[in-house]
Design a protein around this ligand. Structure first.
Ligand code: NOJ
Length: 531
């Protein structure tokens, strides 16, 4: 019997429901729209959909500001639609996880409204209050471009409340046992509807303690372990995919002894992939992988190139951050907080060699790859939209105006569909790439098929080959086969010596031994059978 947990080799697909497909012409993507597109997702070959928050919300932070944990945002549908989506996805062998925001609610949540209205309300203690804004001074501000403090004065409440993100997102008080219980109830509700787990938003910040930076506290880990045990009781297969944006050694405790989060995004790896490519030097990747601690057997890294947020540069030095900003975000509009608000294809100047190269690294390095909707076709972005909205524009399905298949013609989309001469829906869309076997979509799909056919990619160790620094070449030695992945990070052809043996190409049919020559930004995958 295969005991490997499903998520260790899964391909995740991050999907913003509002942006995917509008089935009822109201201009907003919806759950029925996602159901319409399940055939496409099945064709692409992904295993698990990760839905951005779908709860009722004033959408000041695109749903990460939850006003009701037990319902669906009316723009997206109703609970019955959600259940229909789960059923339809499961019928196709696709799993579904949803975003769960533990740390904070919207200021529109009835708990917060009651807390502000009445000091004696049982909900007052659901949030973190103070008469001064001087507590917890060592906690950094995350949304640097908009927030000047983690405290905001509420006139009605007559006190300051604590928030790690927008001031419209008051932090919950996890020192209150009632809050801890509430979140278990929320988890139970969605698990009983049949979901396959949660993407756990912003877990490092649940507790506050004076004299600390209020991140990664022991109390936070203790609660997450309790949360995990609770989730496992309801659905032992459910995954918790955590978003602890921290250095590898600080992320490691989130896995516990295999009894806390099953997965965590590998935030430090992500910017180093871009750095290595820009500098034609594999060193940043090698170093961060060396610094990456081993995980308990039932745990896995989630790797990614882009997501719905800015390409965060929190996990690099100030010098490297400056370099990456200058390289990938030359215009001030392209920068946000400590990151870059651009999509994968424009970051690569639409150079498909480089886009494919990054995908090849993503699929061949350890971890479970996560794709961001639209990046599989090389969608563009719109830096003129506010905040991170420029990377959350409508999915481009077909070349037809007016909305590229995102919504029926009479709809007014929630955001303009990308329509520029390079990345607009007329040039970049699913339908035309489906018809073209050399398209990015087909290339990504081929990598997914291979990645799934060779679980060694998800599980084996990583051994670097001695090559010129412009080449990132590594072996993944598994019990049944040894895989080889070679990447030329430079604009010049590179020839490297290979380990002894005859390697059979996975992406092409070549048999290679002795040496391998790669064109500029070329990549190659091979295998040697060891059984
Ligand atoms: C992390 C999410 O990825 C981001 O989009 C959100 O703004 C913050 N958490 C706050 O919930």
């Amino acid at each position: 019997m295969n005991k490997t947990p499903w998520y260790k080799n899964a391909i995740f697909y991050e999907l913003y429901v509002r942006a995917f497909r509008d089935s009822n012409a109201d201009g907003h993507g919806d759950l029925r729209g996602v159901i319409e597109k399940l055939d496409y997702l099945q064709f692409l070959g992904v295993d698990c959909l990760w839905l951005l928050p779908i709860y009722p919300s004033p959408l000041k932070d695109d749903g990460y500001d939850i006003a009701d944990y037990y319902d669906i945002h009316p723009d997206y549908g109703i609970l019955a639609d959600f259940e229909a989506l789960i059923r339809a996805a499961h019928a196709r062998g696709l799993r579904v996880i949803t975003d769960l925001v533990l740390n904070h609610t919207s200021d529109q949540h009835p708990w917060f409204q009651a807390a502000c209205a009445d000091r004696n309300s049982p909900y007052r203690d659901y949030y973190v209050w103070s008469d001064s804004d001087q507590k917890y001074k060592e906690a950094r501000i995350i949304f640097l471009d908009t927030e000047t403090s983690n405290w905001t004065w509420d006139e009605q409440a007559g006190q300051y409340y604590w928030h790690r993100f927008y001031s419209s997102q008051p932090d919950l008080n996890f020192d209150n046992p009632a809050v801890q219980e509430e979140m278990l109830n929320v988890a139970r509700f969605w698990l009983e509807l049949g979901i396959d787990g949660f993407r756990v938003d912003a877990p490092p910040y649940l507790f506050e303690r004076e004299g600390t930076n209020c991140e990664n506290l022991p109390e936070t880990h203790a609660y997450l372990k309790r949360f995990r045990a609770f989730v496992a009781q309801i659905n032992p297969q459910a995954v918790l995919l955590s978003e602890a944006n921290q250095w590898p050694e600080d992320v490691r405790p989130y896995f516990g002894e295999g009894d806390e989060m099953h997965m965590n995004f590998h935030f430090p790896l992500m910017p180093r992939l871009y750095q290595a490519l820009a500098q034609a030097d594999r060193t940043p990747i090698v170093e961060v992988m060396r610094r990456t601690p081993p995980l308990p057997a039932n745990c896995q890294w989630a790797t990614f190139l882009r997501c719905h947020d800015e390409l965060t540069l929190e996990m690099v030095s100030p010098e490297v951050r400056q370099f990456l900003w200058e390289t990938y975000a030359p215009e001030p509009r392209m920068r946000l907080n400590l990151g870059i608000r651009r999509r994968l294809a424009p970051l690569m100047n639409n150079d498909h060699r480089k886009i494919e190269l990054l995908y090849s690294l993503l699929f061949s390095l350890p971890g479970a790859p996560t794709l961001y909707y639209g990046d599989e076709i090389g969608m563009g972005d719109n830096i003129w939209l506010p905040d991170r909205e420029g990377v959350r524009t409508p999915m481009q399905w077909v070349a037809e105006p007016p909305h590229g298949g995102f919504a029926p013609p009479e709809a007014q989309p929630y955001a303009p569909v990308i329509n520029d001469p390079v990345s607009g829906y007329a040039q970049v869309n699913v339908a035309s790439q489906m018809d073209d076997p050399n398209s990015l979509l087909h290339t990504v799909r081929r990598m997914i098929v291979l990645r799934k056919a060779h679980p060694t990619f998800g599980e084996a160790d990583l051994t670097w080959l001695e090559t010129p620094k412009a080449v990132a070449a590594f072996l993944r030695p598994g019990p049944e086969e040894t895989l080889l992945a070679v990447h030329n990070l430079s604009a010049h052809p590179q020839t490297i010596p290979l380990p002894t043996g005859r390697f059979t190409g996975l992406l092409d049919e070549r048999i290679v031994q002795g040496h391998l020559t790669l064109p500029p930004y070329g990549y190659w995958w091979g295998r040697i059978s060891t059984t």
